[in-house]
Write a protein that binds this ligand. Structure first.
Ligand code: FAD
Length: 587
């Protein structure tokens, strides 16, 4: 079947914060850039980000990029690459000021500077006391950021393809990336996007779990496409559970609530975080707070008739502060928990929120994979940024506000790197003859499959398996059983059937194609988690309680082919600063 081809200098898959920051670099430099998105750009999941962007602006007191760097490395439980972390923390103030100059409506102090609030794990003077580092627009920071970036991209003539779903990565025999195949959702027609460079900014994959703060579109498409094209996925065992999802609903209550002075209570009315983290208390890093909450619930100090949640108290902040700084939270609490936080505490539980792992990149946003004895050989023409990428700045646990920083810093840096590559590689290489073969085979299978299983049922079994076998606390028997279950479910996912075979805006087909990606992410996560025999950051094993730097201070690389695992060293050498040596992590 002949398939129409569209030609661009660069194609970016994803119109969230990372994708639009990268496209802005390219469009402003005069390149012809296409941005594909499953949804209208300002509906990308970045819109949901609430609490803020981490940057050491020092508007509220003393601060420095070095303290930010220390906090990020400690937060990552020493698995983060220190060169990438230094790069991010040094660049953070610059990209925030740029955003301000693009028109971002930040909250302000009396003197006109950007207001900053405290956030978990961020400190002054290498952990001595909490610092105010999160630059925010009330509790709608992502919303303001996404609209600012979209308007700026429209001004720069970025070419958006809205409601287009990228399906597969196109590589030639040498491994160079030459484009993507994609489905126009409205017509149901497949296309090839030929490009000299491809950048993935497809966001997270939190939908592999049953209880998640993530939107339905967060199906890990970039990771699935990369895995099918032979690229490994890095550190997929590390999934962040955010401490405060609304009990029963999963919707996020931002850490900014605790930053502004809210705190957690167990059924005895005890502020239990004082026991687990005497210095940072409720503002300890997320893995620490989530485990403390899970422990309180497990030991019978949970609240409610089922003793299955704890309470987030903020009524003492007063109605005026809640209305001005946390208006979105008041609305969420009323709608999803049926409580008004001005008078009553919000019932909360840890909920899956963020993937620390992803497509391996260096700090320029170039995708890297083992080749010819080099564990980090650059894959020519391929870039990734944002939550789908693993730079790795978050290591085993991300600090709140560092994802938006990551999007801005690495979105811009990868855009710059693509520009350099385009200047050195002026012509398009020929597409391989079988460029669209994998995609057409996937579409044809779905069209012709009979006697297959329902997509929703298979996806639901995957979500339940991830939730039960790979949660906040991990047990060896459950992990081992989880691996065989997820493999079985992957086989079922390859035989799903859709009843509706129509072409025009067929959401059943789209969900089936998304499941192909989700299942790769789920397999990668379960297999990597089962293999890592230590506890580090968000990965907490009952049979190996301690961090084991001798054997496990290394990144996992999962390959789809045969569920194979390889490992590569952590970059312990920063760009200019001295190494932060691994030590015991207390808050
Ligand atoms: C509720 C919530 C609150 C948060 N609050 C904060 C916060 O305050 N501070 C912070 O630092 N972090 C926060 N985070 C994390 C942060 O928001 C995300 O990590 C970040 O926004 C992800 O941005 P992104 O650009 O990588 O992806 P996204 O914004 O998720 O965008 C992904 C894009 O990829 C597109 N896409 C995906 N697959 C395909 C495909 N196959 N074809 C075409 N397009 C595709 C989507 O349409 C979308 O445009 C929060 C997360 C959640 C869930």
């Amino acid at each position: 079947m002949a398939i129409p081809i569209r030609k661009f200098d660069a194609v970016i898959v994803g119109a969230g914060g990372a994708g639009m920051r990268a496209s802005l670099q390219l469009a402003e430099a005069g390149f012809k850039v296409a941005v594909l998105s499953k949804v209208f750009p300002t509906r990308s999941h970045t819109v949901a980000a609430q609490g803020g962007i981490g940057a050491a602006l020092a508007n509220m007191g003393e601060d420095s990029w070095l303290w930010h760097m220390y906090d990020t490395i400690k937060g990552s439980d020493y698995l983060g690459d220190q060169d990438a972390i230094e790069f991010m923390c040094r660049m953070a103030p610059e990209v925030v000021y740029e955003l301000e100059h693009f028109g971002m409506p930040f909250d302000r102090n009396q003197d006109g500077t950007v207001y900053q609030r405290p956030f978990g794990g961020h400190s002054q003077d290498f952990g001595a006391r909490p610092v105010q580092r999160s630059c925010c627009a009330a509790d709608r920071t992502g919303h303001a950021m996404l609209h600012t970036l979209y308007q700026r991209n429209v001004r720069a003539n970025t070419h958006f393809f809205v409601e287009w779903m990228a399906l597969d990565l196109i590589r030639d025999a040498s491994g160079q990336v030459l484009g993507v195949s994609a489905l126009e959702m409205e017509s149901g027609e497949p296309y090839v996007f030929q490009a000299r460079a491809v950048l993935f900014a497809t966001g997270g994959a939190g939908r592999i779990y049953a209880a998640s703060t993530n939107a339905y579109i967060n199906t890990g498409d970039g990771l699935g496409m990369a895995a099918r094209a032979g690229i490994p996925l890095e550190d997929m065992e590390f999934w962040q559970f955010h401490p405060t999802g609304v009990a029963g609903a999963g919707v996020l209550i931002t850490e900014a609530v605790r930053g502004e002075g809210g705190y957690l209570l167990n059924k005895n009315g005890e502020r239990f975080m004082e026991r687990y983290a005497p210095t940072m208390k409720d503002l300890a890093s997320r893995d620490v707070v989530s485990r403390a909450m899970a422990t309180e619930i497990k030991e019978g100090r949970g609240c409610g008739p089922e003793a299955d949640h704890v309470l987030l108290k903020l009524d003492h902040l007063g109605a005026a502060l809640i209305e001005s700084k946390l208006p979105g939270i008041r609305e969420i609490a009323r709608k999803f928990a049926n409580v008004d936080p001005v008078t009553d505490p919000i019932p909360v539980v840890p909920t899956v929120h963020y993937q620390m792992g992803g497509i391996p990149t260096n700090y320029h946003g170039e995708v890297v994979a083992p080749a010819g004895g080099d564990p980090e050989a650059v894959v020519p023409g391929f870039y990734a940024a944002g939550e789908c990428a693993c730079a790795s700045v978050h290591g085993a646990n991300r600090l709140g506000t560092n994802s938006l920083t990551d999007l801005l810093v690495f979105g811009k840096a990868s855009g710059d790197r693509v520009i350099g590559f385009l200047r050195q590689n002026p012509g398009h290489k020929d597409l391989p003859k079988d460029a669209a073969e994998r995609t057409l085979a996937r579409l044809e299978r779905l069209q012709n499959q009979t006697g297959g299983e329902n997509v929703y049922q298979v996806a639901n079994d995957m979500r339940r398996t991830m939730q039960a076998h790979c949660g906040v606390f991990r047990f060896p028997d459950l992990l081992a059983e989880g691996v065989s279950r997820i493999r079985e479910i992957a086989q079922r996912a390859a035989r799903t059937e859709i009843r509706d075979k129509s072409r025009v805006f067929n959401t059943a087909r789209i969900e089936a194609l998304e499941l192909d990606n989700l299942i790769e992410v789920a397999r990668a996560s379960m297999v990597s988690a089962d293999a890592r025999k230590e506890s580090r950051g968000a990965h907490d094993r009952a049979d190996h309680h301690q961090r084991d730097d001798v054997n496990w201070l290394k990144h996992s690389l999962w390959f789809k082919d045969g569920d194979r695992l390889e490992y590569k060293p952590v970059h312990l050498k920063p760009l200019t600063a001295a190494t932060f040596e691994p030590k015991v992590r207390t808050y």
